[in-house]
Design a protein around this ligand. Sequence first.
Ligand code: FE
Ligand code: FE
Ligand code: ZN
Length: 275
Amino acid sequence: MLYIGCHLSASKGYADMGRQAEKIGANTFAFLTRNPRGSSAKAINPADVEKFLQNSKSFGKLVAHAPYTLNPCASDEKIRDFARFAMADDLKRMEYIPNNYYNFHPGSHVKQGNEKGIELIAEILNDVLTPEQSTIVLLETMSGKGSEVGKSFEELRAIIDRVNLKNKIGVCLDTCHIWDGGYDIVNNPDGVFEEFDKIIGLERLKAIHLNDSLNPCGSHKDRHAKIGEGHIGADALVRFINRSEVKGLPVILETPNDLDGYAREIKFLRENYND
Ligand code: FE
Ligand code: FE
Ligand code: ZN
């Protein structure tokens, strides 16, 4: 079963996202847990959540996304405090839709160095994760633009090693980001997955962000392209979603598209998926 979707606007609530998803042939989706500026979160309406849960029983796991502006490894303590507050609050809110995923960008260490960045990220995870939560928190693989932490499997592993509640942690693999980070999923996908397994462990791979890339492998740029309009190409991305390591995982498109464009990409990928 291919669970595929894209980012949807959460402004009208969960039931509305469920309807949007169905309209474009999606059976999972991503959404920002609070407004893109990162501050306010919309109040949860239990009736809306109930309606969504009733109508989305055939959906795969959802992949909520923390605001892009959070930086859990900022040097400024106030910025870290906000990341800690927002993540803890988001995780409480995620329990309204239990057993889904909450993905975040590990952050940018700015001039503190990778080591320090890794320490700070783990510190916040250890503050916000609770044994009771049903949500798995996903570290997203990053492209290594600027001082981003999480551009290599080793860096993600180093974060996970420092987390106490390891059973609450997984990884979301972004195809544009790992390609830009230097992992050649076009010519050597077997090698990339072998390395992922050796360093992180395939059991931690929980979700996919499926994107083409405007730039060549190793460029550290992070510019997403539509499926088939970048350097990865449609063939490699089709082979990617058909891999045994990926089958069953929610696949989220983050390609530059409107909803019609997403509907077309979803249709194309479904047509090229072997159940
Ligand atoms: Fe992301
Ligand atoms: Fe992504
Ligand atoms: Zn990106």
